[in-house]
Design a protein around this ligand. Structure first.
Ligand SMILES: [Zn+2]
Length: 292
């Protein structure tokens, strides 16, 4: 599943293909749960509009249009946004690759039944596609001035998390510190992998009551979280799932994991066996020696 770094990598790579371009037409697949906004309204609302900016909040991509409307996209499990001009077999997820014959893989990608959005532009340049094989993604068009509860409830983006924010969000909380990190209304976009990795770097046990995490430790967790996310963005996102970044370059983060999915292996710092247990309903990895 794409995590914040992959969504940010997608944003950076797709931005120049959208910004300043006027939409000539949009083709969609049939109405389904994928389209929070019915396809007829989506097509009518976007035709003739120009993309002005592309931002990310947590794992949501928000494309702003010249009339003040916002196109909100969530990539779900297998959603990918890419250019019709820059396609190749490695662009596609392992699942998608398996569904193409070798000949189809060589000639590149052609829109298929999983290609739910196809933007054509007035400049007749490359089209932009959104493909989603498992279809857990979501697309929503917010008319000018309209807000959305799910977006409004999102906390600070994980790349901007600070000691102060974490300290005030954790006071008097009995829930595990990891549960607070995963709470999207506190920090938007901190996934399971990044919670485990940053708690290890900060030396804090995932199951410790949030209210008992000291200010300096909140500072270390915030710094570690920003650090692992930035490092993952730099390396093109994660390859922990079968998700592949839009230009097909596979991420290198996997090799740098300190605890995530390393249960039973020795800690890289102290040699103690990394443990796994359930914290905040999620499989959680930690070193019983390095983390207190
Ligand atoms: Zn250790």
């Amino acid at each position: 599943m794409p995590e914040l770094p992959e969504v940010e990598v997608t944003r950076r790579r797709i931005e120049s293909l959208l910004i300043g371009r006027k939409i000539a037409s949009l083709r969609t697949t049939r109405d389904s749960y994928f389209f929070v906004t019915p396809t007829a309204r989506l097509r009518a609302g976007l035709r003739g509009r120009t993309f002005s900016t592309l931002e990310r909040r947590g794992k949501y991509l928000i494309a702003h249009l010249d009339d003040g409307a916002r196109l909100v996209i969530h990539l779900g499990m297998t959603g990918q946004l890419f250019s019709s001009a820059a396609v190749g077999p490695r662009l596609l997820s392992a699942t998608a690759r398996a569904s193409l014959t070798p000949a189809e893989q060589r000639r590149g990608f052609r829109p298929d039944e999983h290609t739910h959005l196809r933007f054509a532009f007035a400049d007749a340049g490359p089209e932009v596609y959104m493909r989603d094989v498992r279809k857990f993604g979501k697309v929503l068009l917010l008319p000018p001035g309209q807000s959305h509860p799910r977006l409004d409830l999102l906390g600070e983006d994980a790349l901007g998390v600070s000691e102060e924010l974490l300290f005030s969000a954790t006071r008097k909380k009995k829930a595990a510190i990891k549960a607070v990190l995963l709470d999207q209304s506190v920090i938007a976009g901190c996934g399971n992998i990044y919670a485990d990795e940053s708690l290890f770097i900060a030396g804090v046990r995932p199951g410790r009551a949030a209210g008992r995490v000291r200010r300096a430790e909140c500072g270390r967790i915030a710094e570690a979280l920003r650090g692992v996310l930035e490092r993952s963005i730099e390396t093109g996102g994660s390859t922990i799932s079968d998700y592949v970044a839009p230009d097909g370059v596979e991420g290198a983060y996997q090799d740098e994991r300190r605890v995530y999915a390393r249960d039973g292996e020795p800690c890289r710092e102290c040699g103690t066996e990394i443990r796994k247990k359930v914290v905040a309903q999620r499989g959680t990895h930690y070193c019983p020696t390095c983390q207190r």
